[in-house]
Ligand binder design. Structure first.
Ligand code: GDP
Length: 528
């Protein structure tokens, strides 16, 4: 491999994920993106509930019944001069810790907003996570074929609620039945929309120049309205600024309809032109540059039973530097062991394929027989550990109990292993024999019971418990810690990795504890 080849591969990579509130249109956009990426001939095959057939990412009967997908699959496709990796994040009620962690493995995000609804709660939460790394954000205002809110209001809301400046790249002409298309502010052209063409890549009609009389002839008085509106918009919004975008301080905004397959390509043009190439990553000892020749990467997700025929676990590894080559030896840093990786997987539109080579920004899947944990680093020899792959404090808690009390040991083993995989978190209160399971998304609970049964042969059930939030606790002050442990013991628990945690019945209780113990740090995230 020459340095030049490595650099070329890096320059062509864009690795991103979509963040949105359920129903904003993430799945539909994914379908169109893949359509443009020439991966699927006809849009409509990503999610079972739409096409009637199940996508390969649906891996459990339970999911199929619900018609949703728990998995975070990875898709790679060419677009313009780039190879784009799209990391899918579950967007429904099955929201999980995987969703959060996936955002640590990308270099940019697309935020999809339902233009009739504006900024919604899940989007706010996901944006918080992207802020941990100041990830650059592109924005797509979806569903322009419906009656939406005033576009200027929408930008205002994004700016004030999400605290990011908006730079409209396209501007909509009408909406709902009157949606005529968009004006591209940077190209100075109007791109006209035709309804009913959502399943194909449209032959669009383009009118060059905002003052072109052809525009008036085509859309009538809307042309004049557009000119007036643009003056207002340009006064009230920000011009696109690449540097601010890369810092995560400004988002380019596109308008369109995913269902009508209009505007998604404008967004993809922006993504390939502006979004960052694979970025340097921090480790506990130094910053790793993508163009370093030595291979390195970290595991951000572990998934069990992706394919019922395989019944295996796959660790998803984001490559940070160098090149992956089939059959190469890697160092599993935590275990201090060399391992040979003969067949890593790549994920082209959900199909599992064996990769010959892969580059920074790419995701490969490693077969995992229980030796790989979330956050593990792989290198070609160097002992370092990538940082910034956190656990997030769970928001939902249940007590887990066995139907057969003789299997307590197996239950604990299963729960600890599942927590190492990141499927769920487990807490053992210091003062009792309870086992508490904590999750970010409700579906994680069902997955855990299902997997305990099928993989550990334990029959478990849940009971409600009076816990509403948890924080990992630390202190440099040993005396304060000892005092805290004594006084607050009824609220303390150990997690799956034996880290001390404060579990609180209410937010009020938590806030009181934070006030009462100023020398103790209460943290919402914990690094692996
Ligand atoms: P997700 O939950 O974010 O993945 O959203 P989906 O892609 O499943 O979309 C939710 C619903 O909105 C579906 O019924 C879609 O058909 C619909 N939808 C998505 N994009 C558009 C759009 O541009 N216009 C309209 N009218 N409906 C849309």
């Amino acid at each position: 491999m020459s340095n030049q080849q490595l650099q070329q591969e890096i320059d062509s990579r864009r690795t991103f994920a979509i963040i949105s509130h359920p129903d904003a249109g993430k799945t539909t956009i994914t379908e169109k993106v893949l359509l443009f990426g020439a991966l699927i001939q006809k849009a409509g095959t990503v999610k079972g509930k739409k096409s009637g057939q199940f996508a390969t990412s649906d891996w459990m009967e339970m999911e199929k019944e619900r018609g949703i997908s728990v998995t975070t699959s990875v898709m790679q496709f060419p677009y313009n001069h780039c190879l784009v990796n799209l990391l899918d994040t579950p967007g429904h009620e099955d929201f999980s810790e995987d969703t959060y962690r996936t955002l640590t493995a990308v270099d940019s995000c697309l935020m999809v907003i339902d233009a009739a609804k504006g900024v919604e709660e899940r989007t706010i939460k996901l944006m918080e996570v992207t802020r941990l790394r100041d990830t650059p954000i592109l924005t797509f205002m979806n569903k322009m074929d419906r009656d939406i809110r005033d576009p200027i209001d929408l930008l205002d809301e994004v700016e004030s609620v999400l605290n990011i400046a908006c730079a409209p790249i396209t501007w909509p002409i009408g909406c709902g039945k009157e949606f005529k298309g968009v004006y591209h502010l940077l190209r100075d052209e109007v791109i006209l929309y035709k309804s009913g063409m959502g399943h194909t890549i449209q032959d669009v009609r383009i009118i060059a120049g905002i003052n072109n009389p052809e525009l008036d002839a085509t859309i009538g008085s809307l042309a004049e309205t557009l000119r007036d509106e643009l003056e207002l918009v340009q006064g009230a919004s920000h011009p696109f600024d690449q540097e601010l975008f890369l810092k995560g301080e400004l988002t380019p905004v596109f308008f369109g309809t995913a269902l009508g397959n209009f505007g998604v390509d404008h967004m993809l043009d922006g993504l390939t032109e502006w979004a960052p190439t694979p970025q340097p990553r921090e480790t506990n000892s130094r910053v790793v540059q993508p163009h370093e020749p030595g291979f390195s990467g970290f595991v951000f997700k572990i998934q069990a039973n992706m394919d019922p025929k395989h019944r295996d676990r796959v660790a998803f590894l984001r490559i940070c530097s160098g090149k992956y080559e089939k059959g190469m030896k890697m160092r599993h840093v935590r275990l201090g062991k060399e391992v040979q990786v003969s067949h890593a997987l790549t994920f082209v539109a959900g199909d599992r394929e064996h990769v010959e080579e892969a580059w920074p920004g790419d995701i490969i899947g490693l077969h995992n027989h229980g030796t790989i944990k979330i956050g593990d680093t792989f290198t070609v020899g160097e002992d370092m550990q990538f940082t910034g792959i956190p656990n997030f404090a769970p928001e939902l808690f249940r007590r887990i109990r066995l139907r057969d009390p003789l299997k307590q040991k197996q239950l604990l083993k299963g729960l600890v292993q599942l927590s190492e995989e990141g499927a769920v978190q487990v807490f053992r209160p210091i003062d009792s024999n309870d086992l508490i399971v904590g999750a970010v998304g409700i579906l994680q609970f069902d997955v855990v019971v299902h997997r305990l049964k099928s993989e550990y042969n334990v029959d478990a059930l849940y009971e409600s418990i009076n816990v509403s939030t948890a924080r990992w606790v630390y202190s440099d002050d040993n005396k304060a810690m000892a005092e805290f442990k004594k006084k607050a013991s009824q609220n303390l628990a150990l997690d799956g990795g034996d880290n001390l945690t404060y579990i609180a019945p209410t937010m009020v209780n938590l806030n009181l504890a934070i006030e009462r113990y100023p020398n103790i740090q209460f943290s919402k995230t914990r690094e692996h």
